[in-house]
Ligand binder design. Structure first.
Ligand SMILES: Nc1nc2c(ncn2[C@@H]2O[C@H](COP(=O)(O)OP(=O)(O)OP(=O)(O)O)[C@@H](O)[C@H]2O)c(=O)[nH]1
Ligand SMILES: [Zn+2]
Length: 172
């Protein structure tokens, strides 16, 4: 940077940065199975979708944040095995608190729903702004990147458009 590392204000900075990055990457020390533990057999086997889940992650190229929202939906197993709604947001956190690219983050959340929850279908849509594209580099503030991952019976055209309609506007 060209800064003076002996300047008083910077003395503690390396230790602070180490602690901050340990926190920002705590998802590396968590497994998705740990957050999808609470499951209920409600017999509900139709779509469950939580939209606008706040997301903060960090691009693996520059270690600069990207932030936005995740929309996470799934169609439970025929048995009706479902998880707590907060667990979907926790799942997003496990994978976002790692050095990431948005595409991988999106597919990892969808795959976890299929593998761990044995969902019959899943959809994950993430809309995010990458600070490495806004505060530096190409400097295009406001550009939003949208990624999606669709799994299982969510590929069915009608089911998928129902999910997309819920993501776009809810039922309001
Ligand atoms: N596909 C993808 N690319 C990303 C993501 N986050 C950051 N990037 C891009 O990663 C690329 C890294 O490109 P490089 O050319 O190696 O790095 P750079 O010279 O800093 O590139 P600029 O950002 O264009 O200045 C950039 O184009 C970023 O926009 C992401 O989540 N997904
Ligand atoms: Zn970046």
């Amino acid at each position: 940077m060209g800064e003076d590392p002996d300047r008083e204000g910077l003395h503690e900075t390396p230790a602070r940065v180490a602690r901050a990055y340990a926190e920002l990457t705590q998802g590396l020390r968590q497994e998705p199975e740990e957050v999808l533990t609470t499951t209920f057999d409600l017999g509900h086997d139709e779509m469950v979708l939580v939209r606008d889940i706040e997301l903060w992650s960090m691009c693996e190229h520059h270690l600069v944040p990207f932030t936005g929202v995740a929309h996470v939906g799934y169609i439970p197993a025929a048995s009706g095995k479902i998880t707590g709604l907060s667990k979907l947001a926790r799942l997003v956190d496990v994978y976002s608190k790692r050095p990431q690219v948005q595409e991988r983050l999106t597919t990892q959340v969808a795959d976890a729903l299929m593998d761990i929850l044995e969902a019959r279908g899943a959809i994950v849509v993430i809309e995010a702004e990458h600070l490495c594209m806004t505060m530096r580099g190409v400097r295009k503030a406001g550009a939003r990147t949208i990624t999606s991952a669709v799994r299982g019976i969510m590929h069915n055209a009608a089911t998928r458009s129902e999910a997309m309609a819920l993501i776009r506007g809810g039922t309001r």
